[in-house]
Design a protein. Structure first.
Lengths: 418, 306
């Protein structure tokens, strides 16, 4: 009888403790961070960041809300539904530039974070051009975590040496090199555009090559007209280059194309520098088996693809969201995430010894070059323009009709940008 | 009288949950789509503002003048025709063979029906590998590699990456049609087989005694009897072909110059990729009308028969 009573009391006390303990965890709250980092490298990078966050703020429970799907194709749709439905996460991944500003800032769904950047004393630690990309009417709206370069080109050193081809210096020598490789029976340029954007990405680098970074950046703020003849010239060059891609390009993804270079089948690959990470996964070492350069004609310009995090207006737990933002804005956070993900930090004071030779060279370029936003990755123009341009370029590859493509480009620009 | 009244009230009460949900989630949303398709919600900002500025049929007009949508409609037409004809021809042939109860027929019957149980996404991915052409002639892949092992290099071509077309028929669709026919001919077979098993043996026997050939038995007896079944199969197959989104999306995407694009893929991209909600709704309504064009005559017909 006594024993029973004791057990009863013990149970009661432990239940009580359990309740209090639970309550105390709930009181500190949680932070829900939304991203599409589920793939190789990205996921590990995010996990390392979460670990860092948990060390700094053990009382906050981290909810890792990810939606799988390449380049966020599915996640973006889910996020939109949540934002529109009044159920935003505490913070979410978004490409800096138009994807953030045009979609969420102009519609009044985001909280400015300029004060936070100043309070933490990190505002001048970032590359100012990249902060500018996510600003609207004088306020900053998101913190860039990582930077990728979209105008990167990788090449198979062995194939180039075997065919006596020097790494090209400009567009003319590039096209000559492609022709020479073509005659030698090698695939000159590997492309996998089954998802359309890899072709658009080549075109955007050619736009920069012909318009120059200022002219290209002017396309998005009205300073450059869409009927500029340099755009037509870019289309002409694009058409020339397309004669040298693998014939099954429309059946391949970008990974397949990069793999062609690694398998000694193709010489060049124009792809964002996440391809460098992929080549390393396939067992290659930078500067040994493969070399790199900016896409010919674009050196001095760094076309940026950047993942940023912001603060939605109706975030359930804004205080914890700020803790997350502080973590990723810190040099420690940026140096934790980027070496694993294979990208470079948006801050200029990061520890270069943590990065491989390619990334170090990209960090040097990033500090000195003019930055331009990428079209294909959402930073330059509204989403409507991207899909329209994808369609224009996709049709142009088949038809080769420069005038029609030029006309379509102007129509797309008038419909969605101006 | 009173009892009958009570009965109909009870049945109405039992049916009401499904009637109400049907009214909201089907017809309510269809009318909402019609409404959105006549607004100008073609940017995210206009969608957020929920501006009620009607533009009438402008979205439809723009759609039908777009090269991509025109290609989509031709693709749908050819895909539907070849898909239905292919499924019927192969399905009926299989059912006739199996109806003779060959040895092991039961296994084959299930084998042929099995693909239908797999999702289009799975089969689409596999067919993508099979028909991925590789680089000809140096480095063929998938089915092209098989062909070169068999010494049939002449049959190699670029499959779903081909941009060749004649009379608006994009030959790249052939690869998709093969995949879709493979998946759904078993369905036609099952329906026909069920019908054949119900036909009185004596009918066929009598015809045979009268000296009818096999072909005559098929065209004069079996096919006319099976006409309602064939018609049902056509209706089901036609609407599967309008909904082939998953297969196309997993297998080829919209393809170079939209050679394998269909309205459903365009609808998805317009709505969820480019924030053109009104254009997306307009495509949805066009698709709905195409389904209606097929289903309504069939419904009228079956009501008459009842």
């Amino acid at each position: 009888m006594l024993l029973k009573k004791n057990i009863f009391i013990i149970t009661l006390i432990s239940l009580f403790l359990l309740f209090v303990f639970n309550f105390s965890v709930l009181a500190q709250g949680e932070v829900e961070v939304f991203s599409w980092w589920t793939g190789g490298g990205e996921e590990e990078g995010l996990n390392a960041l979460i670990e860092l966050f948990n060390q700094n703020y053990p009382e906050v429970e981290f909810i890792n809300a990810t939606v799988a799907g390449g380049a966020g194709s599915n996640a973006k749709a889910v996020l939109k539904t949540r934002m529109v439905g009044g159920n935003p996460p505490d913070s979410f991944q978004v490409h800096g530039g138009a994807e953030l500003v045009n979609t969420y800032v102009e519609t009044g769904m985001m909280e400015p974070i300029t004060d936070l950047l100043e309070e933490w004393g990190v505002k001048d630690k970032f590359n100012q051009q990249i902060l500018e990309m996510s600003s609207y009417e004088g306020e900053y709206y998101s913190i860039p975590v990582n930077v990728h370069r979209s105008n990167a080109m990788f090449y198979n050193k062995k194939l180039l040496a075997e065919n006596n081809v020097e790494p090209p210096t400009d567009l003319v020598s590039f096209i000559d090199a492609l022709a020479k490789l073509d005659q030698a029976g090698v695939v000159p340029l590997a492309l996998g555009d089954t998802n359309k954007w890899p072709a658009t990405q080549i075109f955007e680098t050619l736009l920069v090559a012909h318009l120059g970074p200022e002219g290209y950046n002017g396309l998005w703020n009205g300073k450059t007209a869409a009927d500029n003849s340099a755009i037509r010239a870019a289309l002409v060059d694009f058409d020339k280059i397309m004669q040298y891609v693998n014939q099954d390009h429309s059946a391949l993804t970008w990974q397949d194309a990069t793999q062609l270079v690694q398998e000694d089948e193709a010489a060049f690959n124009i792809m964002g520098d996440w391809a460098e990470g992929y080549l390393k996964t396939l067992g290659w070492t930078p500067d040994q088996e493969f070399g790199w350069m900016p896409v010919p004609g674009t050196s001095g310009t760094f076309i940026v693809v950047t993942d940023t995090f912001g603060l939605p207006k109706d975030a359930p737990d804004p205080e914890n969201a700020k803790k997350w933002l502080k973590t990723i804005a810190s040099v420690e956070g940026q140096d934790t995430f980027n070496p694993i993900k294979g990208s470079i930090p948006a801050r200029l004071d990061a520890d270069k010894s943590k990065y491989d030779p390619y990334l170090t060279s990209a960090m040097n370029d990033f500090a000195e070059d003019t930055l331009s936003p990428s079209i294909a990755h959402g930073s330059a123009a509204p989403e409507g323009f991207i899909t329209a341009l994808n369609d224009t370029i996709n049709a142009f590859i088949t038809t080769g009709d420069v005038d029609q493509a030029f006309e379509n480009f102007q129509k797309n620009h008038a419909d969605y940008v101006e | 009288m009173k009892r009958k009244h009570k009965e109909s009230l009870t049945s109405l009460a039992i049916l009401s949950p499904s009637i109400i949900t049907l009214a909201i989630f089907v017809y309510g949303f269809i009318s909402r789509s019609v409404q959105i398709s006549m607004l100008d919600w073609n940017t995210f900002a206009s969608f957020m503002k929920k501006a009620r500025e009607y533009v009438g049929l402008d979205n439809y007009y723009e759609l039908f003048t777009e090269a991509r949508f025109q290609t989509d409609l031709w693709n749908t037409l050819y895909f539907t025709i070849f898909f239905i004809v292919g499924c019927l021809a192969i399905g009926i042939l299989l059912s006739l063979i199996l109806n003779n109860k060959p040895k092991g027929g039961y296994i084959f019957q299930n084998l042929y029906l099995f693909p239908m149980a797999i999702s289009f996404v799975v089969t689409g991915t596999v067919w993508r590998w099979i028909f991925s052409p590789g680089r000809l002639p140096a480095d063929p892949r998938g089915i092209n590699l098989l062909l070169s092992h068999l010494g049939l290099e002449k049959l190699q071509w670029s499959w779903f990456t081909s941009t060749f077309s004649f009379l608006h028929f994009n030959v790249a669709l052939v690869a998709v049609i093969i995949a879709a026919v493979w998946q759904y001919s078993g369905y036609t077979m099952a329906m026909w087989l069920a019908g054949l098993r119900g036909i009185d043996e004596q009918l066929v026997e009598a015809a045979r005694i009268d000296g009818a050939s096999k072909w005559q038995i098929f065209t004069k007896i079996l096919f006319p009897i099976q006409k309602p079944i064939t018609l049902s199969a056509i209706i089901v197959l036609a609407h599967v072909s309008l909904k082939a989104f998953a297969l196309i999306y997993a297998m080829t995407g919209s393809g170079p110059n939209n050679v394998t694009d269909i309205p459903a893929v365009y609808m998805f991209e317009a709505t969820f990729r480019s924030n053109r909600y009104s254009t997306g709704s307009a495509i949805a309504i066009v698709l709905l009308m195409m389904v209606g064009l097929l289903i309504i005559p069939y419904l009228i017909n079956s009501f008459k028969e009842d």
